[in-house]
Write a protein that binds this ligand. Structure first.
Ligand code: ADP
Ligand code: ADP
Length: 542
C-alpha cells in the first residue's frame, strides 16, 4: 500500500498513479477519527452556475452544509477547537476566501432543493399553491409557474403529484426564494428532455440576470453541459473520503470525467473511458422477430387521454429505446404490452412473459435485499449472477440492508437487478437512470447491454437521459403528441431516424465534442443549429 492507510486501503477503487496532492493537505472536514473526510470545497461565484460532477456519498451535501454556514468545518483537527477564523486562515489566498469571510460573518443565505423530491409529501400537508406561496420571496412565482407548466396542478394536493410534477414544484419553490446562494441537488429525475432544458435555462437566467450564485449537482451530462459555467469533479471512495477538485471548464471537466482521467490531478478515476459513437451507432440489429404487435388504441375514461400506437415488431436480443415527453402514453403502452391494461382497439396480448420495472420504485417491504433477490432468481449468488448483475449494480455493500432503509439510488439498483434476474421473454425498464450517479448509470447501462447480448434477452428501456439512451439502445421508438391529451407511438426505427424525429419535435440539435465525440446541445440559432436543422441531422450529424 501507499502507506497512509491503516486497515483498509480507501483507494481500492482507484489505480494510484500519484498520491493525490489534495490528500497530503488537511481535509476541510472529517466527521470523526476514521470517519468520512472531505478534501477541498466547491467555490460558488456570483452570477455563475457552478456544477459538481461526482458519485453519491462523496461529500456533496457535507460541502453544501459548510458553504451554508450550517456545519463548522473542523479541518480534520480533532480535539482542538477550530473556529471560522481558522477556516478563513486555511483558505486565505484561495477563491473561497471572500465567501468564507461572509459565512463567518453570518452574511450568506441559502435556498436548497433536496435530492429526493418523492419525500416532500411526507413533510408537507397542503396543495401546490400553499407550498409555493410560502416561498415566493422574489415575487417570481407567476413566471416560474408558467415556465415550468405547474398551472394545472396548482390546486392539487402535494400528496397526489407525480414525480415529474413534484420535481418542477420543488424547483419553483427553491428558485422563488430570495437568497445569495442556491443549491440544487439533481434537477432532472422524472423530467422529460424538454422540461430538463427549461429547468436548466431558468437556473442560468437567475444566475445571469440577478447575479445569484448557483451550485448544482447533476448526473445528466448533456444537461450539466448546458447548465454550468464551471465544474468541480468529486472523486474518492464513497462513504470513506471525497476530494472536490479545483474548478475546471465544464467541457474539460466532463471530458476528463468520461476519459476516466483527471489531467491536473494526474488521477485515474476509472479503468476505461466512456466512448460515444460518432455516427449512427451499431449496425441495426437484424435479429429475428420476437414479437409483432398490431396498431393499438387506448382511451382512459371519457377520453381525457387517448393513445394511438402504430404497429411494429420487437426483435429478439435487441435493446429498444423509448423516448418522448411525460404524459404522452409511454407507461400506458408498457401496461398494454404487459397485459395490465386492455386496449380499446387491436389485440396487444403478446403471450410473452414480461419482467417490468416501473418508473416509481416502491419496493419497501421489511425484508433484506439478499432475501428479496434470492426469492426472485435461483441464480442468486452464482458467480455468473455476481459478475453480471451484483457487481455492476454495486449490490454487495447493501445486501444485508433492509429494503425500507435504502436510498433512492440503492432502491433503483435493486429494482433493476430484480427486473433482470427474473426469467422472462422481454425486460421492460421504465427510467432506470433516476437517482443513479453517472458512474452507476454507465455500469447499469453496460450490465443491461451485456445481459441482452449474453442471455439472448430482449430489453425495452424508457429513459430521458439522452447519453444513456445513446449508449444503450439499438433502435428507438418515438412518442409524440400533446401530453395529457393525445399520444402517438411510432413504429420502432433506427437510432438515427429515431433521434432525428424525436429531437425535431423538441427543436434541439447536438454537435460533437472534438476530443471525445461526446454529443453536446447546440445553442439555439447558432450556425450549427441552423445548418443541422436544415439538413435534418439532429444528433448523429456527419
Ligand atoms: P453526498 O451528498 O455526496 O451523497 P454526503 O455529504 O451526504 O454525500 O455524505 C458523505 C459521507 O459522510 C457519507 O458516507 C455519510 O454517511 C457521511 N456523513 C454525513 N453526515 C455525517 C455525520 N453527521 N456524521 C458522520 N458521517 C456523516
Ligand atoms: P408517460 O408514461 O408517457 O408519462 P402515461 O402513459 O403515464 O404517460 O400517461 C399518459 C396520460 O394518461 C397522462 O395524462 C395520465 O395522467 C393519463 N392516465 C394514466 N393512467 C390513467 C388512468 N388509469 N386513468 C386516467 N388517466 C390516466
Amino acid at each position: 500500500t501507499c502507506g497512509i492507510c491503516v486497515e483498509k486501503c480507501p483507494f481500492d477503487a482507484i489505480e494510484i498513479i500519484n498520491l493525490p496532492q489534495e490528500l497530503q493537505d488537511d481535509p476541510a472536514h472529517r466527521y470523526g477519527e476514521n470517519a468520512f473526510s472531505l478534501y477541498g470545497l466547491p467555490a460558488p461565484q456570483d452570477g455563475q452556475v457552478t456544477g459538481i460532477l461526482g458519485p453519491n456519498g462523496i461529500g456533496k451535501t457535507t460541502a453544501v452544509r459548510i458553504l451554508a454556514g450550517e456545519l463548522e468545518p473542523n479541518l480534520g483537527r480533532h480535539g482542538e477547537p477550530v473556529d471560522w477564523d481558522d477556516v478563513l486562515e486555511a483558505y486565505r489566498g484561495t477563491e473561497l476566501q471572500e465567501y468564507i469571510a461572509d459565512v463567518r460573518d453570518g452574511e450568506v443565505t441559502v435556498a436548497r432543493k433536496p435530492q429526493y423530491v418523492d419525500q416532500i409529501p411526507n413533510s408537507f400537508d397542503g396543495n401546490t399553491r400553499e407550498l409555493l406561496e410560502r416561498t415566493d420571496e422574489r415575487d417570481a412565482l407567476d413566471h416560474l409557474v408558467e415556465r415550468l407548466s405547474i398551472g394545472p396542478v396548482m390546486d392539487q394536493s402535494i400528496d397526489d403529484l407525480s414525480g415529474g410534477e413534484l420535481q418542477r414544484v420543488a424547483l419553483a419553490a427553491t428558485l422563488a426564494r430570495d437568497t445569495d446562494f442556491y443549491f440544487l441537488d439533481e434537477i432532472t429525475p422524472y423530467l422529460d428532455i424538454g422540461q430538463r432544458v427549461t429547468a436548466a435555462r431558468l437556473i442560468r437566467e437567475l444566475a445571469e440576470e440577478e447575479d445569484r450564485s448557483m451550485l448544482v449537482v447533476e448526473h445528466d451530462l448533456a444537461i450539466l453541459d448546458l447548465l454550468a459555467d464551471t465544474l468541480h469533479v468529486a472523486y474518492g471512495e464513497p462513504g470513506a473520503y471525497g476530494v472536490v477538485t479545483s474548478p475546471k471548464s465544464v467541457r474539460n471537466g466532463i471530458n476528463e470525467y468520461l476519459a476516466g482521467y483527471l489531467d491536473n490531478e494526474n488521477m485515474r478515476i476509472r479503468p476505461n473511458p466512456i466512448e460515444f459513437e460518432e455516427h449512427a451507432p451499431r449496425t441495426e440489429s437484424r435479429g429475428e422477430t420476437l414479437v409483432e404487435y398490431p396498431d393499438l388504441t387506448k382511451r382512459y375514461g371519457d377520453g381525457e387521454f387517448s393513445l394511438e400506437v402504430d404497429g411494429g415488431e420487437i426483435r429478439r436480443n435487441e435493446v429498444l429505446g423509448i423516448v418522448g415527453p411525460n404524459g404522452i402514453g409511454k407507461s400506458t403502452f408498457a401496461k398494454l404490452l404487459t397485459g395490465n391494461l386492455e386496449s380499446d382497439e387491436g389485440d396487444a396480448d403478446l403471450d410473452l412473459d414480461i419482467s417490468y420495472k416501473p418508473q416509481y420504485v416502491t419496493i419497501d417491504q421489511h425484508m433484506r435485499v439478499d432475501a428479496f433477490l434470492s426469492s426472485i432468481t435461483n441464480q442468486f449468488g452464482s458467480s455468473y449472477w455476481n459478475t453480471e448483475i451484483a457487481q455492476p449494480l454495486q449490490l454487495e455493500r447493501i445486501m444485508e440492508q433492509n429494503l425500507s432503509d435504502l436510498s433512492g439510488g440503492e432502491r433503483q439498483r435493486v429494482a433493476i437487478a430484480a427486473c433482470l434476474s427474473d426469467s422472462a421473454d422481454l425486460y421492460l425498464l421504465d427510467e432506470p437512470s433516476a437517482h443513479l450517479d453517472v458512474e452507476q448509470r454507465v455500469q447499469a447501462t453496460s450490465a443491461i447491454r451485456r445481459y441482452a447480448e449474453q442471455q439472448d434477452a430482449t430489453v425495452m428501456v424508457i429513459d430521458h437521459d439522452i447519453y444513456m439512451i445513446d449508449l444503450l439502445a439499438d433502435r428507438l421508438m418515438v412518442f409524440d403528441g400533446e401530453p395529457a391529451v393525445h399520444g402517438r407511438a411510432g413504429t420502432p426505427q433506427s437510432m438515427r431516424g429515431g433521434m432525428n424525429e424525436f429531437l425535431a419535435n423538441l427543436e434541439v440539435t447536438f454537435r460533437r465534442d472534438e476530443r471525445t465525440s461526446r454529443p453536446r446541445i447546440n445553442k439555439p440559432d447558432s450556425q450549427l443549429d441552423k445548418q443541422q436543422k436544415a439538413d435534418g441531422e439532429y444528433y448523429y450529424a456527419p
